[in-house]
Design a protein around this ligand. Structure first.
Ligand code: KG4
Ligand code: ZN
Length: 348
């Protein structure tokens, strides 16, 4: 079964083809440079970019794989959560393809697709505990199977990735700053007393990262000399050296540590409360973070469950995960009509 996946939920436009559960081709265009100028994603610009780029990426994918639209056995599209205008571009394109070819359509929950993505690299084991840490979400799920999941905990305010990006902004590091914070963090040891592990002194599985962001803001306000003179991305950061780089690295390593430890406390709590879980799946953009990957390996090890982490390219938004989740849904008998709607918030 050949399934086309389409992803346009935020600032990545992507198409991919999965055949019998294996990735056979993909094309991705990121809008990061367009939005970096504004310090975050501008929804109206995002949808226009998707509209401009998506048809070309699809044509390129067909050329790469030597297929025509008539060869598709199904179309899977991210229906949410995400930006409404952006989602509608992917949905409209998918519906047009289905109408033209007669291929069936299935809408995919973007968050589930993140969690199922590592299935492209190796078999997933259920029941699993799923930690989804991305720019928009920090959720803990119980996944009984690939199509049966229950939300156990979520962030009450900022998502983990959002906290990374906001802290980066405080330091004048370019959007999205998570990967730069992670890079700088590798150059220092964390000061574990510098920042709190927010919202852990309770009995629940929810998160709140806004207090941690405020703690970093207070530290930066007291040490304004660490803030970069002008907005810096990879190139600008390469030119920072000496004491300022060391101090930046110390802040980043300490922040990395606080986020990873906070996730650890809640995931351990969730593992204690769920029966028979045999694997821990960690997914989403922040699953690319080195401290998160290391810490989750320890958590899985001491709980005696298998750790499933997507490869780095499958952590951030992509269409391979949409095609793969769509393939699982088609196989399980799911289909949607052409009246499928976008679900910008909540469960899709
Ligand atoms: O899953 P994703 O691509 O998009 C959403 O669905 O939100 O996640 C993007 C988020 C951004 O906040 C970005 O800063 C963060 O993932 N991110 C990282 C790293 N790589 C990406 N955060 C921390 N460390 C990283 N290495
Ligand atoms: Zn995502």
């Amino acid at each position: 079964m050949r399934i086309l996946g389409i992803e346009t939920s935020c600032d990545e436009t992507a198409v991919a083809l999965v055949e019998d559960g294996r990735l056979v081709g993909e094309r991705l265009a990121t809008q990061i440079d367009v939005h970096a100028l504004f310090g975050g994603v501008v929804p109206e610009i995002a949808s226009r970019e998707h509209l401009r780029v998506l048809p070309r990426l699809f044509d390129e994918l067909m050329t790469d794989t030597g297929l025509t639209p008539a060869d598709l056995d199904g179309v899977a599209v991210a229906r949410g959560p995400g930006l409404l205008g952006s989602l509608l571009v992917g949905l409209s394109f998918s519906k047009g393809l289905c109408l033209a070819t007669g291929a069936p359509l299935v809408g995919v929950n973007h968050l589930m697709a993140h969690l199922l993505a590592p299935g492209l690299d190796g078999a997933l084991r259920f029941p699993a505990l799923g930690l989804l840490v991305s720019g928009g979400h920090t959720h803990i799920y119980l996944l009984r199977s690939a199509t049966d999941f229950e939300l156990l905990g979520r962030t009450l305010d900022d998502a983990a990735g959002e906290a990374f990006d906001k802290v980066a902004k405080l330091l004048n590091i370019a959007y999205p700053g998570g990967r730069f914070i992670d890079m700088l963090a590798s150059e220092a040891e964390p000061d574990t007393a510098l920042f709190p592990r927010p919202y852990v002194d309770n009995d629940n599985l929810d998160f709140s990262f806004s207090g941690l962001k405020t703690a970093v803001a207070n530290h930066v306000a007291a040490h304004p000399e660490v803030v970069l003179d002008k907005m810096a991305g990879a190139e600008g950061l390469a030119g920072i050296s000496g004491v300022r780089r060391q101090e930046l690295a110390r802040i980043c390593a300490s922040f990395n540590w606080s986020v990873a430890q906070t996730l650890k406390i809640k995931v351990e709590r969730a593992l204690e409360r769920t029966q028979g879980v045999c694997s821990l799946i960690v997914a989403g953009g922040v699953a690319a973070n080195s401290a998160v990957r290391r810490t989750m390996a320890q958590v899985a090890d001491s709980a005696g469950v298998a750790l499933t982490l997507p490869s780095l390219s499958l952590c951030t938004d992509n269409a391979a995960m949409i095609a793969y989740a769509g393939w699982l849904l088609f196989r399980a008998g799911y289909r949607h009509g052409l009246d499928l709607e976008a679900v910008p918030r909540g469960r899709a």
